[in-house]
Design a protein around this ligand. Structure first.
Ligand code: KG4
Ligand code: ZN
Length: 334
């Protein structure tokens, strides 16, 4: 059987990315143009700026990826693209590029859900075994997804307000750390003491949903009060205590869901999967249970197109196709 080469395109947020993946498991090209520098001074992603960058970058990144792969267009089986969720103006650039390519090169067009992509980043590292549980934690998402087979996603829990990464970024901003704040909090947390007992939103006893807005407010109040009293602000302690709260809830709910559904693997995906506190806590939780824990390298945790091509390969093999009327869907459900 000939190899299957899928070209993936990802533009849902602030990375313009194109990648080519062989047989759904092997990266042959992976190009990511990050816009972080342009959004930094605004303390977050500015949608209009993101769209404009994508327009400028998409052809360059595409050409780079093709060159890196040393493949010809005849070798490419299909074009996979993130249809949603994400910023609509940003998504539209990727979707338009994918449609133009599908038309010009006469290739099938395969729509991919961004979260499916984050989950399938793991298949670029290790083969998936079902049933599996995936914890997706990023700037826009906090989800627990149960998969019983390839291409089938069952959402069993999600955030009711802020995403985990969003809470990290907001708290970091209050502590005058640059955007994105997650890595800074992570670093500070390693040096701080867990001295403040911040709240944990467990919600209903059987719920796998999350909530981080209460925690975020508690941290912000603590910072305000300390500043008002003129107390010295122990940033590292606040970071350590905040991180402990987030990690505690994420780990406990993931462990309970893994037990309930008797999964064979636990996958972690999304930018917050880079968090050292979370990695350590999850390893500690799952090692004694004998459940393999998969966390991709940081480069594959954050937004990239290799993960879209990996998820797109399964979708392609399962016969999912879109016509040229395909539209971006900012609130696409899994
Ligand atoms: O997956 P991603 O690159 O983009 C989205 O789809 O959102 O995730 C970015 C998020 C940001 O909120 C960033 O602060 C967070 O991931 N992040 C971290 C760490 N590295 C990135 N959060 C906590 N600890 C980290 N080490
Ligand atoms: Zn993402």
């Amino acid at each position: 059987k000939n190899a299957t080469y899928i070209l993936g395109i990802e533009t849902s947020c602030d990375e313009t990315a194109v990648a080519i993946v062989r047989n759904g498991t092997e990266i042959v090209a992976n190009v990511v143009a990050s816009q972080i520098e342009s959004h930094k001074r605004f303390g977050g992603v500015v949608p209009e700026i993101a769209s404009r960058h994508h327009v400028e970058q998409i052809t360059v990144v595409l050409e780079d990826a093709m060159k890196q792969s040393e493949l010809n267009w005849e070798d490419i089986n299909a074009i996979a693209v993130t249809q949603g969720p994400g910023l609509v103006g940003a998504l539209l650039i990727g979707v338009s590029a994918a449609k133009a390519l599908a038309f010009a090169k006469q290739k099938p067009l395969v729509p991919v859900h961004h979260i499916a992509g984050h989950i399938y980043a793991n298949r670029l590292v290790q083969e998936l075994e079902f049933p599996l549980l995936a914890l997706v934690v990023s700037g826009g998402h906090t989800e627990l997804v149960l998969m019983k087979q390839h291409g089938q996603f069952e959402l069993i829990g999600e955030t009711r307000d802020d995403a985990a990464g969003e809470a990290y970024d907001k708290v970091a901003r209050m502590l005058d750390m640059p955007y994105p704040g997650g890595p800074h909090i992570d670093r500070q947390a390693a040096e701080g003491k867990i001295s403040i007992d911040f709240p944990r939103a467990w919600l209903e006893p059987d719920s796998f949903d999350f909530s981080f807005s209460g925690l975020k407010s508690a941290v912000i109040n603590t910072i305000h009060n300390a500043r008002q009293r003129g107390d010295r602000l122990e940033k590292a302690d606040i970071a350590a205590s905040f991180q402990e709260s987030v990690v505690d809830v994420l780990t406990a709910k993931t462990r309970r869901a893994a037990e309930l559904h008797q999964v064979k693997q636990v996958l972690v995906a999304g930018g917050v999967a880079a968090n050292r506190g979370l990695r350590t806590a999850l390893e500690k939780a799952f090692k004694p249970m004998g459940i393999p824990l998969l966390i991709p390298p940081v480069k594959l945790c954050t937004d990239n197109a290799a993960m879209i091509a990996a998820a797109g390969t399964i979708a392609y093999e399962q016969g999912r196709r879109a016509g040229l009327e395909l539209n971006a869907d900012p609130s696409l459900s899994l």
